[in-house]
Ligand binder design. Sequence first.
Ligand SMILES: [Zn+2]
Length: 414
Amino acid sequence: MIKIEIENIEDKKDEYISKIIDPVKSRISALILSIDHLLGNSVDVNHVDFNACRTVTKLICKEFSSLKINDYKTFLNDYENTVKQIISDPNFGNDFRNIKLKDLLLFLNYLMENDAFELKELLVCNASELKTKNDDFLSDYNIDGNENKKVLKLAFNYEKYDNVTKEIKDFFRSNNFIDYCPYCNYTKVRFIKTDGGRTASTHQLDHFFDKASFPLLCYSFFNLIPSDSTCNGSSNKGKIEFTDEFHLNPYTGGFCEFMAFKPNLVGTKVENIELEILAPLGSLIRKQMLGSTEQLNEDNKGDKEHEQGNINVFTLFSKYKEEIEVAQNVLDTIYRADSGLKPLKKFLNLMPEINKKETYKSWYKDSINTYFDDKFFGKEGKSKFKRDIHDYYYLTLNNKRRNKYVRDLIKGEL
Ligand SMILES: [Zn+2]
């Protein structure tokens, strides 16, 4: 798990808002109009969102009315009269009564007032505030139950409303916030297109809080995680419901300092890879890594333990345990440099600290083929894994005095 680092985050939030606010407002406006009509208020056929609203009303009636509406084409053509007829019918349907139309209307209007201030807040609120924001909105306006969620989905629907999702996808594709999946740091997720604009390579956008349970969060920037099809797919996350208690959103943080891959050696040969958990027992981060049992449970044993903790959900240990060759290459490269390149040490020793640090990092980039600093781990695959193997060499395998400068660099003391 690698943190998604975003530079100029405030500018990016503004860019996101400016791209999607109009289509999202149109969706909400259509739902507001529709609820207004179902509450018996007058219909303005000239309203800019009238057409979209007719379809929404039709869907609400279809979903919640027990009346059989045979001809939905007539429904659309004779909208005003049909709506009047439906809402005056005493058998409008029990299910329909469970929708809190007035509360929904108040809430949607609240999102839209003051130039959609609260809506914008919802769209770009921090990852750690998403759940609270969702829950507060719904409880403040007494919106509960699946029926009301279904109505909200008529405005907040990621799959259905292409004009919104197109903008969202464009935003993530053009920004490429991370090149490798933040969940696994294993698979490339950079969006690449041909000169003519065809997609050559792309990512999926995982909804950290799932679309079905949290429709209000389906367009929120920090609920959307560029990830690969295995991590996001049914073999890993799929429809598992994520929580802040047992899962970590990669916009909030990563696991870098809380876990380490460790090579087990026979002589100089890597035999296998272990995963060491460094997060303290009982800590929140440990539960976000491993769930309530705080144990590795990557297999589905029917007890749902594999659904808790990002390491378990994304099978992070299994993804890396066969990377013996990569680990061996990293160790061999470092061993060669450590034993054969004494001039490099001498050279480094003569340098001021700042240059020493940069020279080592640049050697690391050229030789290990990835970045030394964890803030750049998202730019290359297996960065965290390689860095762990590197650190294991200097901290455990070979802690000679002359390598103190690397250890200081590892500990961030240079
Ligand atoms: Zn992944």
